[in-house]
Design a protein. Structure first.
Ligand SMILES: Nc1ncnc2c1ncn2[C@@H]1O[C@H](COP(=O)(O)OP(=O)(O)O)[C@@H](O)[C@H]1O
Ligand SMILES: [Mg+2]
Lengths: 395, 284
């Protein structure tokens, strides 16, 4: 009862303040941007740089079949401005390092478009380079993988890949298997490896794939920020001292604040998630993860607020924290960038979990496991904040 | 109602104590005044008694509860008015009281009645954020009565209020304490203390210097004073003389014999004068 009336009171206060409207307003803006400014399918899809290390005749033989059935099509040559460059490349097998130095120049490169066999949709664009050195240079400049396709004595295609150095071991293994094994072993190897992630990622279109990121931003991180703001608004008024001399308890006071934040987060996240995602997400899991994660992050906010006297003094810590918490977004957008240390960031499993939830086939166990972790972490942080709060009451 | 034994409190880790080894008892139904200049440790003591500050050293029991243990239900019979007013600025005066009332498990008073009592009628639907300092203070004071407390903590209830309102607050306190409420009153206003308190403690630099009833203090320390005005060389001269002092007594006789006395009356020492006499310090 006391918790309920505290909650109602906090909702009233929130409705008369501006943080609530900022959050809702931002959610509406996000929805508008997602619906009107982000295309579901990007017009230009992935680019790939390839060097065919073989004679013209063998190359056209190789490509002829695909050109015939229409899945490959010669397109306008691509003009690329090559920047002056100085870099070194390390060969993984021989451990030799070779250094390249280039001046600025402009290339016109043969370009092919690859279409999906079934749907006829554009899948990727292949840009052919004239030499292996050019391939390396382009892969370096464009930060993508370069492939040099050659032919061995037995007439089998073999490929040398040029990677950026941060790709995961699994990704490297996959490339290795792809080029070295016969189709039969390859299939077996692929079955053996769980590459569900790579497959599933394609189930979210460009617009949808932004949703998990925005949910983390508007849910966990905004919740964290608003919690700090609410605590300082209250600290200025000192009402907690009046609360502390009633039969109600400090934790009810704090929890009522968190419940308001969670309510705000639920409303704002729903505003853009439901219209964009429709019926596809696993909503039960979505709200579970949303609630426990915003609970954990806003508890952290409250706890941090107990260590500072004023809002302005928290800004330094706040800034560093928010930037750090956004780092997992890089791994989210560049799946091949997935260093181990990044997984220990609290936003990492949240982002991955939200992505799972948004997809048609959700890894329920993964989401539930981390929901449990957030709940446990949230309770711990909340109890700690409660303790700190009681200690820092003043007359 | 309150029992304090050897209470000490320090805010920092340093040795400087805001409250130094104080002991006192407050009887049921008594109005106990805690008097001292600002910075003496009055609010700190009230903070410990109300559980806002953690008990560091000493034995304290309030309303029958040992305060080193947590008993939230004890607050059902306790009311606290703060030196610094603290109300929700985003809630109206009435909403502030209504919400606060819901936090108690005992019957509470009608918010409107309290608003009327402290002279805020007509302002009940205004956001407390729009209130003046004095109005916020009155709302904070009104809130402390919402649960009909048996034990009432009042930290500087009249400080910073204009005299008419201060008198109004004083009357409200007097009415409640006459009806049997125990009050722990913290103030540096000796007139308020003199009028309201059954007993007073003088506190300075965290130490209690003495505890007694105002009337006994006046008997002990308050020498009777005689104020005489007389004409000397066509000019009015005013002299204040102590009846307890041998020399002064002779001087009174001398003045009466030699000059034309215009007025002559005796005056009782105020609590403030006694405080200065005992502690050697003023009250500001
Ligand atoms: N939160 C605090 N932190 C550090 N020192 C404090 C704090 N509050 C009060 N003090 C110090 O403790 C002493 C007693 O203060 P206080 O109890 O507020 O006095 P009073 O209420 O009698 O004016 C003063 O020296 C004051 O500076
Ligand atoms: Mg004080």
């Amino acid at each position: 009862m006391k918790l309920l009336s505290s909650y109602i009171k906090e909702m009233k206060i929130a409705a008369r303040g501006f943080y609530f409207y900022i959050e809702i307003g931002m959610a509406v803006i996000i929805l508008a941007v997602l619906l009107f400014a982000v295309n579901e399918f990007p017009t230009s899809s992935a680019k790939e740089f390839i060097y065919y290390d073989m004679s013209k005749e063998i190359k056209s033989l190789m490509l002829q079949e695909e050109l015939d059935d229409g899945t490959l099509e010669l397109a306008e040559p691509t003009q690329i401005k090559m920047k002056a460059a100085l870099f070194s490349v390390k060969n993984k097998e021989t451990n030799e390092t070779k250094t390249y130095t280039y001046d600025e120049e402009i290339y016109h490169l043969d370009t092919y478009k690859v279409f999906d066999q079934k749907t006829g949709k554009l899948q990727k664009t292949i840009i052919e380079t004239g030499s292996e050195d050019d391939l390396i240079r382009l892969a370096w400049q464009e930060k993508t993988i370069g492939a040099a396709v050659g032919m061995n004595e037995a007439g089998e295609a073999s490929t040398r890949y040029y990677l950026q150095g941060y790709e995961t071991a699994r990704f490297q293994n996959l490339l290795y298997i792809l080029q070295n094994e016969s189709p039969a072993t390859l299939q077996a190897a692929m079955d053996g490896m769980t590459i569900t992630k790579l497959e599933n990622a394609e189930l979210l279109n460009t617009r949808q794939s932004l949703v998990p990121l925005l949910v983390v931003l508007m849910g966990a991180l905004m919740g964290f920020f608003i919690a700090i703001a609410y605590i300082f608004l209250d600290k200025d008024e000192g009402v907690i001292r009046a609360y502390a001399v009633t039969p109600s308890t400090v934790w009810k006071y704090l929890l009522s604040k968190l419940l308001v934040i969670i309510t705000t987060v639920i409303v704002s996240s729903s505003i853009f998630t439901i219209p964009v995602m429709g019926a596809q997400p696993h909503y039960l899991l979505f709200y579970t993860l949303l609630i426990v994660s915003s609970f954990a992050f806003s508890s952290l906010g409250i706890l941090i607020a107990t260590f500072f006297d004023s809002m302005s003094k928290t800004f330094g810590a706040l800034y560093v924290f928010l930037i750090a918490m956004m780092l997992p977004a890089f791994s989210y957008y560049v799946p091949s960038f997935d260093p181990l240390w990044l997984r220990f960031f609290p936003t990492y499993p949240l982002l991955q979990g939200m992505k799972e939830i948004m997809m048609k086939s959700t890894d329920v166990n993964y989401v539930l496991l981390f929901s449990g972790v957030y709940l446990a972490g949230g309770i711990f942080l909340f109890l700690f904040a409660n303790l700190r709060f009681k200690k820092t009451l003043a007359v | 109602m309150i029992s304090v034994k050897n209470l000490s409190h320090s805010y920092g880790n340093d040795r400087k104590l805001a409250v130094k080894n104080i002991s006192f008892e407050v009887e049921n139904g008594e109005t106990f005044g805690f008097l001292g200049p600002s910075g003496a440790g009055k609010s700190t003591t009230q903070g410990i008694l109300t559980g806002l500050l953690k008990l560091q050293k000493g034995d304290v029991s309030v309303a029958g509860y040992d305060i080193s243990r947590v008993h939230n239900e004890r607050f059902n019979t306790i009311g606290v008015s703060f030196e610094q007013s603290n109300v929700y600025s985003k809630l109206t005066a009435k909403e502030n009281l209504q919400f606060y009332a819901k936090l108690f498990d005992v019957p509470t008073r009608d918010p409107m009645e309290l608003i009327h009592l402290v002279g805020l009628l007509g302002k009940e639907n205004d956001l407390a954020g729009t209130f003046s300092k004095g109005m916020k203070h009155r709302l904070t004071f009104a809130r402390s009565m919402i649960n009909n407390p048996e034990l009432w903590f009042l930290d500087e209830p009249t400080t910073g209020l204009d005299p008419a309102i201060a008198a109004n607050i004083k009357d409200i306190i007097k009415e409640k304490t006459t009806a049997g409420t125990t009050a722990f009153l913290t103030t540096h206003n000796m007139f308020i203390a003199d009028e309201l308190c059954d007993r007073v403690a003088f506190i300075i630099d965290g130490e209690i210097v003495l505890i007694d009833t105002p009337s006994s203090l006046k008997l002990q320390y308050g020498q009777k004073l005689v104020v005489i005005t007389y004409l000397k060389d066509d000019q009015v001269v005013k002299e204040t003389l102590k009846t307890t002092d041998e020399k002064d007594r002779l001087r009174i006789g001398e003045v009466v014999n030699l000059y034309e006395v215009q007025t002559m009356h005796t005056k009782e020492a105020t609590l403030e004068e006694i405080f200065i006499q005992v502690t050697g310090r003023g009250l500001v």
